[in-house]
Design a binder for this molecule. Structure first.
Ligand SMILES: [Zn+2]
Length: 200
């Protein structure tokens, strides 16, 4: 597809309630390897409960030409300001204000910088949702993000009650944030916090 042709493409998107393989086949959608690949971020979206969204590309010059793609709901919101309001994000992101969710470094997990993750924890605590723990991600100066073993995070907090879990998580995040800011290693690399909560 050349640039001019791609500019001429119109698209429509709809929340894919068509997650079963049978439904996928009936729509003529292709599977990529063992799962779906997001057309925006190129990450796999196979194991995400409420994703993916199906995107239909249509050619303005050839009404017969169309192609189905997949995307994370969050990636659609990132890329298309007028994304359909009915699109639903994975639950722990959907619980957050959209502006906050859009700051997640992952389209299907809550991966936020320090101040934003504290805000998210407060929202989960108010909703009485159990925090299961956090693990460290880093964002390098080139913008790449990924897990990091440099900072331990918490273990599984599921044996604690809701309040104890969020308090433990918060304290541990505070400590890791301070330690990271006071260390000389990896200047320009940002510590991010991947928080997991119990499913409702
Ligand atoms: Zn994506």
């Amino acid at each position: 597809m050349n640039v001019r042709a791609s500019r001429a493409l119109l698209f429509e998107s709809f929340a894919a309630k068509t997650r079963s393989l049978a439904a996928t086949r009936s729509l003529g959608l292709s599977m990529l390897g063992s799962g779906y690949q997001c057309c925006y971020c190129a990450q796999s979206i196979a194991e995400v409960g409420d994703d993916p969204v199906s995107i239909v590309l249509r050619s303005a010059s050839d009404p017969q030409a169309s192609q189905h793609l997949w995307a994370h709901a969050l990636c659609v919101f990132r890329m298309v300001r007028s994304a359909p309001l009915s699109l639903v994000l994975p639950e722990q992101l959907e619980m957050l204000p959209r502006k906050l969710a859009l700051q997640s470094a992952s389209p299907n997990e809550v991966v936020l910088p320090y101040l934003q993750v504290i805000e998210a924890l407060e929202i989960y605590a108010r909703a009485r949702r159990r925090v299961l723990g956090w693990e460290a991600w880093i964002r390098k100066p080139d913008g790449s993000v990924g897990h990091s073993d440099a900072v331990p995070g918490t273990g599984d907090l599921s044996t604690l009650d809701v309040q104890q879990a969020v308090t433990t998580c918060r304290r541990s995040i505070d400590e890791a944030h301070s330690a990271w800011n006071n260390s000389e290693t990896d200047p320009g690399t940002e510590l991010l916090f991947c928080v997991t909560i119990d499913s409702a």
